[in-house]
Design a protein around this ligand. Structure first.
Ligand code: PLP
Length: 377
């Protein structure tokens, strides 16, 4: 069935089509000048020293773990209320994820208190996810990281241009990752970016992104290099110039798109204030944020009730989602035996409402009316 109001709407226009056409006409379609342009846009807009384009965020997270030197025997603290890739990456390098709880329905990011409780002699890093683009408690997390000499990987997929105390998300920890999957704030179909202020991390990420090879095809094609050596066991995690050219257009639209999302978010928060039995996570956050998604959490609810409420909303032609099913409950992670009461409650009672720049006030009023009726019958 076609939903009358989808969860997300792609912000694509003639500009993206034009950009792809130009790249194809240029006859250079793999990693080249467009990837470089996109990286440069990230460096400028995120106010960060280095940006390395990659094929997707999962690969960026894998590179983040490699460049942080994580290896078998190391423990990495991470949330369970996130997409599986934020945790799987730890296992790609043979390290062990240790799940931490979130603060609660009002703040659905990793809890610094639980981070402290779960630190052992083997702990080497923390993966932080900024849910919906709202910052995790970075001051507390960075203080812990400094005290215990832990690396901090920010999975900032939800938060391009989001801020925490004036700093862009992704520039606070050691290394950060972004996704350009089709439903993200910046869409290229598939794609991702790794950013860092560390020269060493950036250099290693560039090397490992392309087979551990000392020169790139583009440099050789342009006569800047004639040979290469393989100096590390690398991968093919490269982005191509076709996608990068879409990414450049999307980056230039981003600020305006996010400003519109802020209007949508404010309208939602005002309307939802009238609905009993609903918590809006991060309701009092006043910083500039990306509003990647619009999560709400039902109070005094159960998974069964939440699922009935979602069904009723779908019946009215409105698409919803759930961010996220708890990772520690998935088949491949359940034997880790994690107990995370706040994560479990939110995973079972969260509903993600439609969020995109083009949502009108009338549509938001309609959605909230339907949500109210679905909860209270
Ligand atoms: C989308 C997403 C990813 C994965 O990104 P891909 O580009 O699809 O690999 C990882 N972490 C979070 C939090 C995400 O939302």
């Amino acid at each position: 069935m076609e939903y009358q109001i989808p969860l997300f709407q792609l912000n694509f226009g003639e500009e993206e089509i034009q950009a792809v056409t130009e790249t194809i006409r240029s006859k250079w379609i793999s990693t080249g000048p467009k990837c470089e342009e996109l990286e440069q846009l990230f460096v400028e807009m995120m106010q960060v020293k280095h940006a390395v384009s990659v094929s997707n965020c999962t690969d960026a997270l894998h590179l983040a773990c490699l460049t942080c030197g994580l290896q078998p025997g190391d423990e990495v603290l991470c949330p369970s209320l996130t997409f599986a890739a934020s945790v799987n990456c730890v296992r790609y390098v043979g390290a062990t994820p240790v799940f931490c709880d979130i603060v609660g329905p009002g703040h659905i990011n990793i809890d610094p208190e639980d981070i402290k409780r779960k630190i052992t002699a083997k702990t080497k890093a923390i993966v932080v996810v900024h849910m919906a683009g709202f910052p995790a408690m970075m001051d507390e997390i960075m203080t812990i990281a400094r005290e215990y000499h832990l690396k901090v990987i920010e999975d900032a997929c939800h938060g391009p241009l989001s801020e925490y105390k004036g700093k862009k998300l992704g520039t606070i920890g050691d290394v950060a990752t972004f996704s350009f999957f089709s439903n993200k704030n910046i869409s290229t179909g598939e794609g991702g970016m790794l950013i860092t202020n560390s020269d060493e991390v950036a250099e290693k990420a560039r090397l490992l992104r392309s087979h551990g090879m000392t020169t790139m095809s583009y440099q050789r094609a342009k006569g800047h290099a004639t040979a290469y050596d393989i100096v590390e066991l690398g991968y093919n995690f490269r982005m191509d110039d076709i996608r990068a050219s879409i990414g450049c257009v999307q980056m230039r639209k981003l600020q305006e798109d996010l400003e519109k999302r802020i209007r949508v978010r404010n309208k939602y928060v005002n309307e939802l204030a009238e609905v009993k039995g609903v918590v809006v996570p991060f309701a009092d956050n006043k910083e500039f944020v990306s509003n990647y998604i619009m999560p709400i959490v039902l109070v005094d609810s159960t998974k069964e009730k939440r699922d009935r409420v979602r069904d009723a909303i779908h019946q009215a032609g409105i698409q919803t989602s759930n961010h996220y099913p708890a990772i520690h409950k998935f088949s491949i992670y359940k034997d880790y035996g994690a107990l995370l009461p706040q994560t479990e409650y939110v995973a079972d009672n969260e509903i993600t409402l439609p969020m995109y720049a083009a949502l009108t006030d009338e549509q938001i009023e309609f959605i909230v009316r339907i949500v109210d009726r679905a909860i209270h019958g």
